[in-house]
Write a new protein. Structure first.
Length: 406
């Protein structure tokens, strides 16, 4: 039987609507959004169905190991819902895992969870890039509380990552809100109660190095994964890249970035200890990590306000601004260019000079004109210049010099 199901397919008392992840993205399962049918005895309008691959369930079926789980109740853990065919009123306890096809020994099994509309931490990081120290610590504390409850029940998650940290309610772009965090995808190892001790179905970027080497799962492996998530929330990048960090170490660039963005030396040192490649130097339990987080001098509860535009969209708009300005400049130059078929060389254009005005009979002379004295060879300044109230005599009204007396 196929492990993938199209929209409209019926699994137990639920009908598939669409996949919640790209097919093949999960290492051991596929996750779908579904709606309950009338025989599901579930009042919520939507649920999440996790289809566990047949190659994961086959070894237990061959060994005759019973596949059964019980939900772990906690505000920071996703709520599991009973599968419909076992949710009866016969007095028996409801079942929370069942084969898709009960008559097929090689059938994949499925688990049903509540649907949370708030999205995942991965979506928040895609919008914000990174979070403030207060918001990052707030989310890490809630994850610690959920993991501590699981560890009390001797159950490990072993796949803590931003995609598996969900929010009960969507965050706002207009008001900072405290995130309500829920741990989802309780993992194949949760389903089998650690019976598959040497499986490594997990995302390599968040996998503890000794776990990648095949070491038996321990609580400190969940600590390491949460430490990587905390590093990513503070800096916007993973400390060891996308590969398993078994042969890598925290480079100086990443360490300096952590010191800068953590805002507190105590928080930076806490993250370094949580992601230490040596398990002997790492936090041995989630409870110890939670205690140090609660002692940090950071304002709580941390709140998050989504940006109006996501980081990628903001960068795209910023990149388009100079292109738009360049396009406007080109359009302006095109509008100023001569139309096709005309010469670009300027030609003389005949203009009609305005009619000249005839000079007045008595033009005004702006500069004084020297008067030649009959008795002196050099010019003398007119006496009118010596009198403040006199006016200059126009050249057209100058009298001829007087004749000498006989």
């Amino acid at each position: 039987m196929s492990d993938t199901y199209p929209p409209g397919a019926v699994i137990g008392g639920y009908q598939i609507i669409r996949p919640l992840q790209a097919q093949g993205a999960g290492a051991a399962s596929h996750v779908y959004l579904a709606r309950p049918r009338s025989d599901a005895h579930v009042t919520t309008p939507y649920v999440v169905i996790k289809i566990i691959f047949a190659d994961v369930t086959a070894p237990h079926a061959e060994q005759g190991a019973p596949i059964d789980i019980r939900p772990i109740e906690h505000p920071n853990l996703v709520r599991m819902l009973p599968v419909s065919e076992h949710a009866t009123s016969s007095g028996q306890p409801p079942k929370y895992v069942a084969p898709v096809d009960p008559g097929d020994p090689g059938s994949p099994w499925y688990v049903v969870f509540e649907y949370l509309p708030g999205g995942s931490l991965r979506h928040v990081l895609a919008r914000c890039g990174r979070l403030s120290p207060a918001a990052a610590v707030e989310i890490a504390l809630q994850v610690c509380r959920g993991l501590a409850r699981m560890h009390e029940q001797h159950v490990l998650h072993l796949d803590i990552k931003p995609e598996n940290i969900l929010l009960r309610e969507p965050l706002s772009r207009w008001q900072a809100k405290q995130p309500q965090v829920v741990i989802a995808d309780l993992g194949t190892d949760h389903v089998w109660h650690r019976r598959r001790a040497h499986s490594t179905y997990a995302t390599r970027a968040y996998l503890a190095p000794e776990r990648a080497a095949g070491r038996t799962p321990e609580p400190c492996h969940d600590v390491f994964s949460l430490g990587v998530v905390l590093f990513e929330m503070l800096t916007g990048r993973r400390p060891y890249g996308d590969d398993a960090p078994a042969t890598q170490r925290l480079d100086e660039v990443a360490d300096r970035l952590l010191s800068k963005q953590a805002g507190s030396p105590d928080l930076a040192q806490l993250v370094r200890r949580a992601i230490d490649r040596n398990p002997d130097r790492r936090y041995s339990s989630v409870a110890a990590l939670q205690a140090d987080l609660e002692r940090l001098p950071i304002e709580r509860p941390g709140r998050i306000k989504l940006p109006v535009m996501s980081g990628a969209l903001a960068y795209g708009v910023a990149a388009l601004v100079p292109l738009v300005l360049l396009l406007l400049l080109v359009l302006q130059l095109i509008s100023l260019a001569p139309p096709p078929g005309t010469s670009a060389t300027p030609t003389a254009v005949a203009t009609i000079a305005p009619p000249t005005r005839a000079p007045d009979a008595t033009p005004t002379i702006e500069q004084p004109i020297p008067v030649v004295s009959p008795t002196l060879d050099r010019p003398q300044q007119p006496t009118a210049m010596l009198q403040p109230t006199s006016t200059l005599i126009p050249t057209s009204t100058l009298l001829p010099p007087a004749s000498p007396a006989p």
